[in-house]
Design a binder for this molecule. Structure first.
Ligand SMILES: C[C@@](CO)(OP(=O)(O)O)[C@H](O)COP(=O)(O)OP(=O)(O)OC[C@H]1O[C@@H](n2ccc(N)nc2=O)[C@H](O)[C@@H]1O
Ligand SMILES: Nc1ncnc2c1ncn2[C@@H]1O[C@H](COP(=O)(O)OP(=O)(O)O)[C@@H](O)[C@H]1O
Length: 290
């Protein structure tokens, strides 16, 4: 059995910098990864089957299609087509433990797709294959999910540049249980006639959490206002997070609805997460992965 963790992706900021002819928006965004993760396993001890198969379990697995449209299955299919070999590639059973809420601005599906690419490329002994262009075919967020370390995403996510060196930082993710469709939020942003925003000006390194927070205050998540307009509960979550003790910063991730709070250490993050759970919301504390 081999397994890969698909960590939640958080956009610490997200600037919409321009729009492409095909309607996609160009971004400048700092993506980091939370401790909490989906788990993808590949049962290489089982007899290989004729076709790929996926079983889904876990707290957010219900209702998620395990068929060809699942991003794990799509990743398997796109990788298979990209591998130039005359040998049949073995299909071992895959299991996805879905711990991350679906359609929640933390790229769970993209993280799963990247985990599938990593696992299968190793199992199929793909050697030096460049997974980045294959990842980009699967979705805007998949390339950054390959390495699961802080990176700045530009273009529509296919251009990855190094992030500032970051201090150790604890983070709480909070989702109030509403699924938010990404296309609807980009559409609402467009209809709001908001201006494009310049890329962020960031230093090479943040020596401590206060320096990082000071920088983050000069940035924005441009998708946050349209998301709150469509789903006011997101505003309630942000207010509640900001009111937790010693919360240094709170913002929505991606197209929502998940919001994050930043804390100095895990003790404070755990206490804040407990407060959020008391309101019936999903809340996960953990270190930002570096
Ligand atoms: C907003 C972000 C920020 O990281 O995250 P999530 O909220 O999804 O986690 C991503 O750019 C989302 O990436 P991803 O979820 O892969 O988006 P896709 O499936 O490729 O796109 C869904 C739809 O959103 C719109 N879209 C997406 C990305 C982008 N840069 N411009 C867009 O206009 C398009 O209408 C597209 O058809
Ligand atoms: N393995 C997967 N996990 C989650 N969603 C998936 C998966 N495969 C396909 N999807 C589809 O992708 C859409 C976006 O899901 P997700 O990546 O969770 O969104 P977000 O990036 O906003 O957090 C969902 O509506 C879901 O139907």
């Amino acid at each position: 059995m081999t397994r890969s963790l698909a960590h939640a992706k958080i956009n610490l900021f997200l600037h919409i910098t321009s729009r492409r002819e095909n309607g996609y928006h160009e971004l400048d965004s700092l993506a980091v990864f939370a401790e909490t993760a989906d788990i993808l396993t590949l049962d290489v001890d089982a007899d290989p089957q004729d076709a790929p198969s996926l079983r889904i379990e876990g707290p957010f697995g219900e209702g998620l299609d395990a068929g060809a449209d699942n991003l794990v299955m799509r990743a398997a299919s796109v990788l298979r087509q990209s591998v130039r070999t005359s040998d049949a590639l073995p299909c071992w059973p895959m299991t996805l433990t879905k711990n991350l809420p679906v359609a929640s601005g933390i790229g769970g599906g993209s993280a799963d797709a990247a985990a599938a690419l990593r696992l299968l490329a190793e199992a199929w002994q793909c050697g030096e294959i460049d997974l980045a262009p294959i990842a980009a075919m699967l979705g805007a967020d998949v390339p950054v999910c390959l390495a699961q370390k802080p990176q700045r995403m530009q273009g529509i996510g296919e251009i990855l540049v190094p992030a500032p060196v970051m201090p150790r930082c604890a983070m709480v993710l909070v989702n109030p249980g509403i699924a938010v469709p990404t296309p609807a939020i980009f559409k609402a942003w467009k209809e709001s006639r908001a201006d494009f925003r310049a890329p962020a000006l960031l230093p090479q390194a943040w020596p401590d959490l206060s320096a990082m927070v000071e920088s983050l205050h000069t940035t924005a998540n441009d998708l946050q206002p349209p998301a709150i307009a469509l789903f006011p509960l997101i505003g309630t979550v942000l207010e509640a997070l900001k009111a937790t003790q010693d919360c240094h910063f709170a913002r929505m991730s991606g197209s929502g609805a998940t919001c994050f709070g930043l804390y100095e250490d895990m003790d404070r993050a755990r206490i804040a997460a407990e407060k959020m759970r008391e309101r019936g919301w999903w809340a996960e504390p953990g270190w930002i992965q570096t």
